[in-house]
Design a protein around this ligand. Structure first.
Ligand SMILES: *Cc1c(COP(=O)(O)O)cnc(C)c1O
Length: 368
């Protein structure tokens, strides 16, 4: 054992390696830094991950969700069904376009939307449902897609945590009307910041391209009102390097998770639904006892850990206060239980064998 083995193990470890730096420098030296050939190349390469769907790169995952809802014509008067057990961006995108957020509960076996809860939440105003592939586990798309089709709803997949995850062999981002990905540094791959929208609908793809660039295809011939949500060529060049490494990193994440599944005791390891390919953006366990104490002990043992997410979205101020005022209360028992029980442990591809052993020793020594 060397001294380095006592270093704290970070919960996440974004990779900015020599390849990424070289790619960025190459683009910077070219002088062509705004959306250009690197973005086009990144979109083309990313489409291989989603069965050849159209890909539109933007400046963040949140922008990807926001623009998708705009492109689908979702706005005031519409309702979008969203899980409350997610990152706030999922619901924020709905509110940003002026539509109403309707929260539905999750299934404990995937942390994703429960199709029965979605069905119960549908009203004449429902325009779309937004399954989140939380932690890198695919939501129940095999049951959500037929349900959405039956009710004529758009499906916007929030795949921001789930690059290369799949269900029954179909990759996430290839199920819904559109899929959205994030390239924030802690995600399974990054582009410093960035996002990608995937869709099989050429018309939606064209609208998205207009919306991200002031409504222009040709300069100063604006067709619609748009924003500036473009990705830079520097970001795209980094994204392309990372995309090339995603397959290897995903296998490392899955192997790390398999090791933890096999060796951890005393807590509930992450569920994997039948037919699901989990890509372990997070390795999230459930603690049925005193979670704060568990987190304190893990941190003291140098094992990075975090709770995603301690407060369900419906309890966050911008959602809670208007609901309180309107006398609206959501019934989300599985969401509340998950928020109280989950802890994520390190699973990133940079973990060494020694670090995996230390995580197991720390968890199994908790004595609960
Ligand atoms: C990260 C994330 C987003 C937002 O992506 P950004 O690139 O940070 O804007 C949206 N939804 C989920 C579930 C995420 O994890």
């Amino acid at each position: 054992m060397s001294g380095a083995n006592n270093q704290p193990i970070p919960a996440a470890k974004p990779v900015i390696g020599e390849d990424e730096i070289e790619a960025a420098v190459r683009v910077l030296r070219s002088g062509r830094v705004v959306q250009g050939p690197e973005v086009a190349g990144f979109e083309e390469e990313f489409s291989e991950l989603v069965e050849g769907r159209h890909c539109v790169a933007v400046n963040s995952g949140t922008s990807a969700l926001h623009l998708t809802l705009l492109a689908l014509g979702i706005g005031p008067g519409d309702e979008v069904i969203v899980p409350s057990f997610s990152f706030a961006a999922s619901a924020n995108a709905v509110r940003l376009v002026g539509a109403d957020v309707v929260f539905a509960d999750i299934e404990p076996g995937s942390f994703g939307l429960d199709p029965a809860a979605v069905e119960a939440a549908i009203t004449p105003r429902t325009a779309a449902v937004m399954p989140v592939h939380l932690y890198g586990h695919p939501a129940a798309m095999d049951r959500l897609m037929p349900l959405a089709q039956r009710h004529g709803l758009a499906v916007v997949e929030d795949a921001c945590q789930a690059h290369a995850a799949a269900l029954n062999g179909t990759p996430v981002g290839a199920f819904g009307t559109a899929g959205t990905f994030s390239f924030y540094p802690t995600k399974n791959m990054h582009a410093l910041e960035g996002g990608m929208i995937t869709t099989a609908d050429a018309e939606v793809a064209r609208t998205l391209r207009l919306l991200r660039n002031q409504g222009m295809e040709q300069r100063y011939a604006n067709e619609i009102v748009g924003a500036n949500m473009r990705m830079t060529d520097v970001a795209a060049a980094i994204g392309r390097v990372q995309l090339g490494k995603l397959g290897g990193w995903t296998e490392r994440r899955r192997a790390n998770a398999a090791y933890l599944d096999e060796h951890l005791t005393g807590l509930v390891t992450p569920p994997v639904a039948e037919g699901a390919r989990h890509v372990y953006h997070q390795y999230t366990v459930r603690v049925e006892g005193d979670r704060d104490a568990v987190q304190e002990k893990l941190t003291a043992a140098g094992v990075g850990n975090a709770v995603y997410y301690p407060t369900p979205i419906h309890r966050l101020k911008p959602y809670w206060e208007p609901d309180q005022k309107a006398g609206r209360a959501w019934d989300l028992p599985e969401t509340e239980r998950a928020a109280a029980e989950v802890v994520s442990l390190p699973v990133h591809p940079s973990l060494t064998e020694g670090e995996l052993e230390r995580i197991v020793a720390a968890v199994n020594g908790l004595g609960n």
